[in-house]
Design a binder for this molecule. Structure first.
Ligand code: SF4
Length: 241
């Protein structure tokens, strides 16, 4: 696996969507250990080792100039936690005075724990794919369900700002799967049900496929809130919330 510093595939100077309530820059890391068919970042999923990447020092230099203009930096992918040296990158961002958020699929609890225990994170967003027994169906890779459970526990117990989110894709995740997930993360700050958007997918077979009706997601969110505060995002009939 390439060093995290040689895996920067993209950089967004400013975003209001990637960290709710904050203006942040976004660092995109290449490589992922999952192959979710609906993934909308297919170009980031395949790790190309010595492929094109942005020089980290240039990213840092740019960020230094933005101090005071942005609230923090979101590190996303791909899957950031496949890089065991991710804590070094987060520490450098912290040293510059930025708050740091990561997005993760939760498959590498050891890396996540070292970030949390090292006090290197201000926020985490963890994707939940489907009920644990069905994970390989979505990830299209072997998945240790205990790793997913351990990551979720570590995040909840850490007390850092967090959200769990699930892209609700017909055939891969349904109402019963969501019930299991919501029970698994009891005590979490929030669960977000994301509407499936199929414009740009890793598996072309999913391009153009329909999602569940908005109304179904809205009513499931209400029901799941019995276990954990749940809301919806990206409904077809309204702007993203
Ligand atoms: S959706 Fe996330 S976890 Fe799945 S393949 Fe894409 S980057 Fe990896």
């Amino acid at each position: 696996m390439a060093s995290v510093f040689r895996s920067v595939r993209g950089f967004l100077p400013s975003s209001m969507l990637d960290w709710p309530g904050k203006i942040c820059s976004v660092v995109f890391l290449g490589g992922c250990n999952f192959r979710c068919p609906y993934c909308h970042n297919p170009e980031l999923v395949e790790e190309r080792g010595n492929g094109e990447c942005l020089p980290w020092q240039e990213v840092l230099a740019f960020l230094e100039q933005r101090r005071g203009w942005i609230d923090g930096v979101a590190v996303t992918g791909g899957e950031p936690c496949i890089h065991v040296d991710l804590p070094l990158m987060c520490a450098e961002l912290r040293d510059l005075g930025f708050a740091v958020k990561i997005d993760t699929n939760g498959s590498r609890p050891q890396v996540l724990r070292s970030l949390l225990q090292g006090g290197l994170l201000d926020a985490v967003a963890m994707d939940l794919k489907t009920s644990l027994s069905r994970y390989p169906q979505v990830a299209r890779r072997p998945v240790d369900p205990e790793a997913i459970r351990a990551s979720a526990e570590a995040i909840i117990q850490s007390g850092v700002e967090h959200e769990f989110r699930c892209t609700v894709v017909p055939g891969l995740v349904g109402r019963e799967d969501l019930e299991e997930l919501a029970c698994m993360i009891k005590g979490a700050q929030s669960l977000v049900l994301q509407q499936f958007r199929s414009q740009h997918t890793l598996d072309p077979g999913y391009a153009g496929a329909p999602g569940f009706p908005d109304e179904a997601l809205t009513s499931w969110a209400e029901e799941l809130s019995e276990h954990v505060p749940t809301r919806v995002r990206g409904l077809v009939g309204m702007s993203a919330s």
